[in-house]
Design a protein around this ligand. Structure first.
Ligand code: VOV
Length: 249
């Protein structure tokens, strides 16, 4: 039996995508629209205060394509806080127009055998703390998708030795390192939490870099042999200052 990997686990992560009910919004009076936006901005200020205290993080994105209109990413220490955020959104006036389209729940993780960090005292390292409780980079684009590691007769990730998994992830990490400054990644685990095994969230200044890194990694053995992918969602960062403008008619 192969040895299970011990994970270090950080903040809980929710990707919450919403379709905006533009048809009803267009029939709503300007006064009501302004009140809904203002109320929501108060909610966003509350979330920002949490981020300023380093007790969580969040960002909003305009989804490109028709899978949804808005993507919210929330990181919080507990699942209860994520549930409370969802309720806050749904209770708000703007929430009446934000129709849930998809969500993904996971927990930020690092594996104890991270081959890039062999020999380091990971419990105490501030870098590890920053990776497990990350403040989302406010870069221009984000992309996320769920992943599995394959479990087939001649390609079963959960059957191969820990040393082999470490070797494969080392190769993967080396490819990732080539994208330093261009792509940032947050890997979270979702086994037992959502439908897939991992959730990959990427950030870039230029969306072309998503295509490049995901393509290049397809040639890494760990992906070629063991990578399975779900649906991709890509969005453009929506700063708080542009939030009201987004809903203008
Ligand atoms: C921005 C670049 C980048 C970098 C530097 C990077 C590095 C690393 C390291 C060092 C490790 C392993 C240890 C740990 O810390 O857990 C991982 C882990 C993982 N990755 Fe990664 N990854 C990147 C980027 C990156 C991408 C673009 C993808 C998706 C494409 C692909 O084809 O998979 C991905 C996937 C994953 C997954 C699903 C895991 C969990 C694997 C598991 O089976 O346990 N990842 N990743």
């Amino acid at each position: 039996m192969a040895e299970a990997v011990v994970t270090m686990d950080g903040w809980c992560k929710l990707h919450d995508t919403r379709t905006f009910d533009w048809s009803t919004w267009k029939l709503t009076s300007e006064e009501e629209r302004n009140a809904a936006i203002q109320e929501f901005q108060e909610l966003m200020k509350k979330w920002d205060a949490v981020e300023a205290d380093k007790a969580g993080s969040q960002s909003v994105y305009k989804v490109i394509g028709n899978k949804a209109d808005l993507l919210f990413i929330f990181l919080r220490p507990t699942m209860d806080e994520l549930e409370e955020i969802k309720r806050d959104i749904n209770r708000s006036k703007l929430g009446d127009f934000l129709i849930p389209s998809h969500s993904y729940v996971s927990i930020v993780e690092m594996t104890m055998h991270n081959p890039m960090e062999e020999g380091k005292d990971r419990e105490l390292s501030p870098q590890v703390e920053a990776r497990l409780k990350p403040i989302l980079p406010k870069w221009e684009y984000a992309c996320f998708y769920p992943m599995n590691r394959r479990r087939e007769q001649n390609a079963n990730w959960f059957e191969i030795s820990k040393a082999e998994r470490t070797r494969l992830l080392y190769e993967h990490g080396m490819t990732g390192r080539k994208y330093a400054g261009k792509v940032k990644e947050i890997i979270s685990g979702s086994i037992g939490l959502d439908e897939w095994e991992w959730c990959v969230t990427l950030f870039a200044h230029d969306p072309l870099q998503f295509k490049k890194i995901v393509y290049e990694m397809r040639f890494d053995e760990v992906t070629t042999k063991y990578g399975e992918f779900g649906d991709f969602i890509i969005g453009a960062y929506l700063p708080n200052d542009d939030f009201a403008e987004y809903f203008s008619l």
